[in-house]
Design a protein around this ligand. Structure first.
Ligand code: C2E
Ligand code: MG
Ligand code: MG
Ligand code: MG
Length: 278
């Protein structure tokens, strides 16, 4: 009996694995077409200045408008895009599209806002990145200081010297750099000091329930305090309640984004009157 069960278990896992592999292969094939046909759209999440409650800028977040499955969130396709190399052409599109949309929004709203973009390792190493960024900024009349690139700790840790060189090149253009999902990787704040970054984004796992967990509150407070001693601006992501926001304000966190303000939406959904003037 035990033997039969073992066999069934084995069969169960291979079946599951087989299905997972098929799904992955299908998604990869479809993603290749999607990149070719540009089946993507951008949603934007507002970033708010904690102290005054005014708009600081937007983070662009990519979605896949799948022909049969509807809107697919990045966690389902970015890893496949990264492993296949498709992230480079996809990221190229994201940069151009985000700059174009922000420029149109600014023209309509008669105000300026910053733009934050997420970059994967392969994009960061792409020799064409700096040129493409400079080209898009010029083409849409955006100042480099308005643009900020979000890199994860993994990107930074991967190839320290090369990463530092690329970052200095981007900084020389005036583009801002931020560390995304801070606290989920292995880097320490002391390590970060070696990179020319200006911002730290506290990962949302520490921000969720900040007001009801002493541990989360202590972690957020120390990241903010230590970040400040290194001269960094701090962004909290995943701010879902007014109480969490009040804690961040007490900790002197400069910037916040999260469902408390808004989820990511098409940029057209936002007007400058949604926030008080700075
Ligand atoms: P991220 O850069 O850390 O972006 C924040 C994620 O948290 C977004 O998920 C956002 O919708 C979500 N979020 C923000 N506030 C809240 C909140 O209050 N509650 C909850 N539950 N979630 C919140 P999203 O859009 O699904 O993106 C997931 C990740 O995909 C991003 O994490 C980023 O790493 C990656 N990604 C998105 N767009 C791009 C892109 O254009 N290029 C690259 N390379 N990666 C991207
Ligand atoms: Mg991000
Ligand atoms: Mg993040
Ligand atoms: Mg993330």
């Amino acid at each position: 009996h035990a033997k039969a069960e073992g066999r069934n278990t084995y069969r169960f896992f291979t079946k599951e694995l087989h299905a997972a592999l098929i799904e992955r292969k299908t998604l990869l094939d479809e993603l290749t077409i999607a990149v070719h046909e540009q089946q993507f759209e951008l949603h934007f999440q507002p970033v708010i200045q904690v102290e005054r409650g005014n708009l600081y800028g937007f983070e662009a977040l990519v979605r896949w408008r799948h022909p049969t499955q509807g809107l697919i969130l990045p966690d389902r396709f970015i890893p496949i895009a990264e492993q296949s190399g498709l992230i480079v052409p996809l990221g190229h599109w994201v940069i151009s599209q985000a700059c174009a949309e922000l420029a149109a929004w600014q023209k309509r709203e008669q105000t300026q806002a910053r733009l934050a973009l997420n970059l994967s390792l392969a994009q960061f190493r792409d020799l064409d990145l700096t040129n493409h960024l400079a080209f898009c900024l010029t083409q849409h009349g955006l100042r480099p200081e308005q643009l900020e690139l979000e890199l994860t700790e993994t990107v930074l840790m991967h190839d320290h010297d090369a990463a530092t060189d690329i970052m200095h090149g981007l900084r020389a253009l005036g583009i801002g750099l931020a560390v995304d999902d801070f606290g989920t990787g292995y880097s320490s704040l002391a390590y970060l000091k070696r990179f020319p970054v200006q911002k730290l984004k506290i990962d949302k796992s520490f921000v969720f329930g900040l007001s009801s967990s002493e541990d989360s509150a202590a972690i957020c407070r120390s990241i903010i305090a230590l970040g400040h001693t290194l001269g960094l601006l701090i962004v909290a992501e995943g701010v879902e309640t007014a109480l969490d926001l009040a804690f961040l304000k007490a900790f002197r966190c400069e910037l916040a984004q999260g469902f408390h303000f808004s989820e990511a939406k098409p940029l057209n959904a936002f007007t400058k009157t949604m926030w008080p003037a700075a």
